[in-house]
Design a protein around this ligand. Sequence first.
Ligand code: DC
Length: 251
Amino acid sequence: MIIAIDGPAGSGKSTVAKAVACRLGLRYLDTGAMYRSVAVAALARGIALDDEDALAHIAEKEHISFEHTEGRSQPSRVFLGAEDVTAAIRAPEADVAVSAVSRLFKVREVMVAKQREYVRGQSIVAEGRDIGTVVFPDADIKVFLTASPEERARRRAAERSYDAGSGTDPDAAPARQAETLAALLCRDHADSTREVSPLTAADDAVVIDTTSMSTEEVAERVVGLVGEVGGAVAGDVGCGAMSGRPFDEGC
Ligand code: DC
């Protein structure tokens, strides 16, 4: 059973994917973390972010792995070779570099192959921007999450203030929202018009507008879809400690 969750930045993909994986006892595959790992490797080696061949070479050669605490759906650490890159892939430099890296066709080719290899017959909840359209076009369940740009910007601003240590203080968020909204609209445009794997819902995806839904409501809906297709899920991992971040999808 493969459950593919796609959607634009701030739509809640990661949060929902983690919640669904946790409820069904399945592993969660964070494909964004894989692209981020390649970006971190490129930065560390001083490789130009438009050097497609060199970056594809890194993507091919470097082993990207996830460490799962026994019995947990969420990976606790991400490794690039032997190096723990869990924190580095979320750094602002990686945020910027990953956009350039994930645009490159040859890099995507390698990543898609690795993502398929990672799954290899196991049941999984996978999340990204091309999971239902390119990586797993035969996924049992395809979900495309959307939300209004304003709501996505609000979530993103809340995440950023949470990460900056100011918690989810509603007073801290509005100041960032205009800036966040502009960046998000720009990102939407880049993601949906890029030549390689543009962000789009698969024809057979169930589109869920999460604008006024909680994570739990969306996860419930997705879990309900598993029942509707008569899917048998024999998950054997547990939830572990879920992140406290609200709608914590990284961009
Ligand atoms: O989901 P995220 O923010 O961690 O993704 C990081 C970057 O990688 C982002 O620019 C989108 C891109 N990405 C992609 O192009 N395809 C995927 N399957 C996953 C992420």
